[in-house]
Design a protein around this ligand. Structure first.
Ligand code: UDP
Length: 365
């Protein structure tokens, strides 16, 4: 079968690898001038580190199968995400854990910590939005310190206007465990994500700088199956409306100091600070040897045409529009499969993208 994969990000690369192994003649085309999509990393010789060019990517999964799968293409280091929060001139342990409660309420005994949060909670039987959810789980003080401002910056709207799901991915623990993730496996590819995706695309014909939508008919006519990983609304020329996305702007800075902030990620949760976080890339690589460092400030922004779509905004309106696109996709005469964060309009993590790609290939038989 002649198969075209549109997009050389994780979804596309896994499909390309697996379909090739199953005997498809696979061709990958990619709009950008590099593979890897938003997990793309590049080597920065001045610092001797990989740069997460489109924002922090920390691989984590609890699935043996997915962990074994990615380990076929790269080794992982033992990086564990331990984020700190900067609020005013204070620094906090995050996500909310016993040390955070100690810093905010001055109690470190787990029962006393539970009671401190309990006294600040605004109970709610059935939270209708992110604010109600947070107030009922972590209480007002922690919500105001950590969630309200950051979320407003990140999503461009108040937590009252957002679904609770977005924040449910963050753990809340009354132990000193400050791991950002609950998953069994976690790490960053030694050698960077680009090398991992390169290994996935080994033996596959990849063309960079090719805009599928500019010549869609021609590409589709020449293939039996198309795996499209771009934005689903763009595929249909936005005929059924625009889906909402958030975009990001990154400001990178090389600094002549060996260590700027002591860890890879510091979140700035106050609404008036225009960026949401500062990344310090060498900490992802666990390599502090260089006397210089590279940091990136991450500024969320509204998505406008031409920007990279980073996050699907899963509000009611967009979900309804997406459902209509999904129906239109099912009704296509040609075999076009929509996959990945943009093709399926889902706030996927990397391990979920890989899981979804493997499931798709299996369904194909
Ligand atoms: N969040 C927050 N404060 C923080 C970190 C996260 O309010 O310091 C909320 C915010 O709404 C964010 C969501 O939790 O969008 C999920 O955070 P995560 O770090 O998983 O987002 P990502 O790394 O995917 O941008």
């Amino acid at each position: 079968m002649r198969t075209l994969v549109v997009g050389a990000g994780l979804y596309g690369a896994v499909c390309a690898q697996e379909l090739r192994r199953r005997g498809h003649a696979v061709r990958v085309i990619e709009k950008r001038d590099h593979i890897g999509g938003n997990v793309f990393t590049r080597w920065v010789p001045e610092v001797g580190t990989h740069e997460h060019v489109y924002g922090a990517h920390i691989f984590h999964t609890s699935s043996d199968r997915i962990w074994e799968y990615v380990n076929r293409f790269t080794r992982f280091n033992h990086y564990t995400n331990r984020v700190k929060v900067r609020h005013g001139d204070r620094l906090y342990s995050f996500p909310v854990n016993l040390f955070t409660v100690y810093q905010v309420f001055g109690v470190a005994d787990p029962e006393a910590a539970r009671a401190a949060i309990e006294a600040d909670r605004v109970p709610c039987e059935a939270p209708r939005n992110m604010e109600e959810h947070c107030l009922s789980v972590i209480g007002r003080e922690l919500y105001l310190l950590f969630i309200e401002g950051y979320t407003q910056k990140q999503w461009g709207r108040h937590p009252r206007e957002l679904p609770a799901d977005i924040v449910k991915r963050l753990p809340v623990r009354l132990t000193f465990d400050d791991n950002y993730f609950d998953d069994r496996y976690q790490g960053i590819p030694v050698g960077g994500y680009t090398a991992m995706v390169e290994a996935m695309l080994d033996g596959v014909d990849v063309s960079l700088g090719v805009d599928f939508l500019a010549e869609r008919e021609r590409w589709e006519a020449g293939h039996d199956l198309v795996v499209y990983t771009g934005a689903i609304d763009a595929y249909f020329g936005h005929a059924l409306g625009h889906l909402a996305y958030r975009s990001l702007r990154f400001e990178r800075e090389l600094l002549p100091v060996p260590d700027f902030q002591g860890g890879a990620v510091v979140n700035y949760t106050e609404a008036h600070v225009p960026f949401t976080r500062i990344l310090e890339h060498k900490h992802f690589d666990l390599n502090l040897r260089s006397p210089a460092t590279l940091i990136t400030r991450e500024y969320p922004k509204a998505w406008t045409p031409g920007d990279i779509e980073y996050y699907p905004v899963n509000d009611e309106t967009s979900r309804a529009i997406y459902r209509r696109y999904a129906e239109a996709a099912d009704g296509l005469a040609r075999r076009v499969h929509f996959g990945g964060r943009l093709g399926q309009y889902r706030y996927y993590d990397m391990h979920q993208v890989i899981g979804a790609a493997l499931a798709f290939v299996e369904r194909l038989g």
